[in-house]
Design a protein around this ligand. Structure first.
Ligand code: CA
Length: 228
């Protein structure tokens, strides 16, 4: 279930977006200005951001710049909501790193279509409801994981970690990055906790001969990869 951050100062538009996004099966978090958006982003890394251009606390463009500069949030796709029709603003938004824009007033149907396209582009399988790698299949709706057709007995942290790895394969993550992405930034956990859960996850995958998927990268962290 992808989470979408709505950054919009107009309550009525936020309400409308929340209602439509929930009906379409997304989870939402909300911010009324750029300051609040930063606070939300420090707590949760959403799958997508809907960002109003005109905000009382400063332009959405500055927020886009910050989001793209921060390694943790840099790959979150952003759709700008703008009332301005001038092309130069659209171009500026896209140049700064927004993935798409939609001009107000827009139809919810059009917005949902844009969201699907942007999400598909950013993580090919996350909207399909299941992630697959080799013989591992993770169903995001039921939160169940099977290996060679057999259901895995995973704790909630191991599930979230595996879901994160399967959505971001072939990339090395440090322990602190994994803490931020799997546990959330606002949670204080020691880095070696990551190792504990990695061990548990490997142990669960071992009977299926799949523990090699989680690789230790010396001095750097961990990587989820089929190449070894
Ligand atoms: Ca506004």
């Amino acid at each position: 279930m992808p989470t979408i951050l709505i950054v919009e100062d107009e309550q009525s538009i936020r309400d409308m977006l929340r209602f439509a996004l929930h009906a379409a099966g997304y989870q939402t978090i909300e911010a009324a200005d750029t300051h609040e958006a930063r606070v939300r982003l420090a707590e949760t890394v959403p799958e997508l951001i809907l960002l109003d251009w005109m905000l009382p606390s400063g332009s959405g463009i500055d927020l886009v710049r910050q989001i793209k500069k921060d390694e943790l949030t840099a790959d979150i796709p952003i759709i700008m909501l703008t009332a301005r029709v001038e092309d130069e603003y659209k171009v500026k938004g896209l140049e700064t790193g927004a993935d798409d824009y939609i001009t107000k007033p827009f139809s919810m149907r059009e917005l949902l279509a844009r969201i699907r396209v942007v999400l598909r582009r950013s993580s090919p399988e996350s909207v399909e409801g299941s992630l697959q790698m080799g013989e591992l299949v993770l169903n995001q709706q039921t939160q169940q994981v099977t290996c060679q057709g057999e259901l895995l007995d995973l704790g909630p942290t191991e599930y979230r970690m595996l879901a994160f790895f399967m959505a971001h394969p072939e990339r090395v993550y440090s322990r602190s990055q994994l803490l931020d992405r799997v546990w959330g930034r606002s949670v204080y956990v020691e880095e070696r906790t990551v190792d504990v859960h990695i061990r548990r996850l490997r142990k669960t995958l071992e009977p299926f001969g799949q523990h090699h998927l989680i690789q230790t990268v010396r001095g750097a962290g961990y990587r989820f990869s089929q190449q070894y």
